[in-house]
Ligand binder design. Structure first.
Ligand SMILES: NC(=O)c1ccc[n+]([C@@H]2O[C@H](COP(=O)([O-])OP(=O)(O)OC[C@H]3O[C@@H](n4cnc5c(N)ncnc54)[C@H](OP(=O)(O)O)[C@@H]3O)[C@@H](O)[C@H]2O)c1
Length: 337
């Protein structure tokens, strides 16, 4: 069979499962699939192209003769295993945070900086954080038209952003509460998420921002090649199963009207404008789940700006397991072909 030998590191997780589905949907030429996970999952079957594949232990030997590794495990497993896959000749596209800010690792959203893919001396290419991808896909074409100076972002991030454990925990909490039981332990969340919001994703860092909030600026600078970009971000976990939402305010160098922004975004790759407020039409996570586009609406002037003709506020939603993770990684792998 022609095609590439593709390993999925973390094939039993939400991102790994979505990667296999994306490979299949996009007819990626896979000659052999190598699903890898921890010892817990060895022998478990995952489905790919209508066939069962037994999960193997993620170990350095598992990457023998592998062409491409799609990384969908945590930072620690990525740090330990991907360099070992890379020295054996596999090109790794990783979803963890482990390599994102390394100078010799490209950090890529293909709609923005596909050209960076070519230079990957470590054989590792990083996929950005999911909220960063969802926010930057619509921001980039507006930046190209009018130059952004500053971004203020609030994210509303789904439970599945915390992986399979987040997804099952939200379902469990609802069930317990519906049955009149106490919620008990809320792991992986710090507090009950059902009927609640949690204004913390990641640990607290400099100036009391969380690690997740700092990614929007630090990863955004690298992806858009804008070392001076300033971003203030607040990340909130919300009791939604899937699809992150973001409220974004952008200050521009030049004038940018809502009409102009709608027109630019209607032509932008990976973006779908859904913006008819008079008809109550705007993006929502339920409508944007299981799709690859970033949906943008509620585009309007920022009335608080001293120069409202150069400042816009918008709302976007995108499936963070697809475009925020798996689809973006498979798109990068397509460039490698
Ligand atoms: N969820 C999202 O929306 C999202 C979006 C963007 C990026 N990401 C990133 O993508 C990665 C995967 O996230 P996820 O949400 O899919 O997590 P997940 O559902 O918890 O899945 C984690 C995967 O890693 C595997 N794993 C855990 N420990 C391992 C070990 N010691 N050796 C080998 N494999 C091991 C798990 O295998 P077992 O089943 O055997 O434990 C599972 O397949 C993370 O780096 C995450 O930050 C996630």
């Amino acid at each position: 069979m022609s095609g590439k030998v593709v390993a999925i590191l973390g094939a039993t997780g939400v991102v790994g499962a979505q990667m296999m589905q994306c490979l299949e949907e996009r007819n990626f030429p896979v000659s052999r699939l190598v699903p890898l996970a921890s010892e817990r999952s060895v022998g478990r079957k995952v489905q790919f192209c209508g066939e069962d594949h037994a999960v193997q232990l993620a170990s350095p030997q598992a990457f023998n003769n592998v062409d491409i590794v799609l990384g969908a495990a945590g930072d620690q497993q990525a740090s330990e295993l991907l360099p070992q896959a890379a020295v054996q000749g596999a090109v790794c596209v990783d979803n963890s945070h482990a390599f994102r800010l390394y100078d010799d690792v490209p950090l890529v959203i293909p709609e923005i900086n596909a050209a960076d893919i070519a230079n990957h001396p470590r054989n590792i290419i990083a996929n950005p954080n999911c909220a960063t991808i969802i926010g930057l896909v619509p921001t980039w074409p507006l930046h190209q038209a009018a130059g952004i100076k500053r971004m203020i972002v609030s994210t509303y991030q789904a439970a599945s952003g915390a992986g399979m454990a987040g997804l099952t925990e939200l379902v469990r909490e609802h069930k317990a509460l519906d049955e009149g039981q106490a919620v008990g332990s809320t792991d992986p969340f710090a507090y009950q998420l059902a009927y609640n919001l949690i204004p913390q994703i990641g640990g607290f860092k400099d100036d009391d921002y969380t690690s997740e909030e700092l990614k929007m600026q630090n990863e955004g600078r690298k992806i858009m090649h804008m070392p001076e970009l300033f971003v203030s971000c607040t990340c909130v976990r919300v009791p939604v199963m899937r699809s992150h939402s973001e409220s974004i305010t952008l200050d521009f160098e030049q004038d940018m009207s809502p009409e102009q922004a709608r027109e630019i975004l209607s032509r932008a790759p990976g973006v779908k404008v859904v913006d008819k407020p008079n008809e109550l039409v705007y993006p929502m996570p339920l409508d944007t789940s299981n799709q690859d586009a970033i949906f943008v609406g509620r585009i309007r002037k920022d009335l608080s700006s001293p120069t409202p003709s150069r400042s816009l506020t918008l709302w976007c939603c995108g499936d963070q397991i697809r475009k925020g993770a798996a689809t973006n990684a498979v798109q990068i792998a397509e460039y490698l072909l």
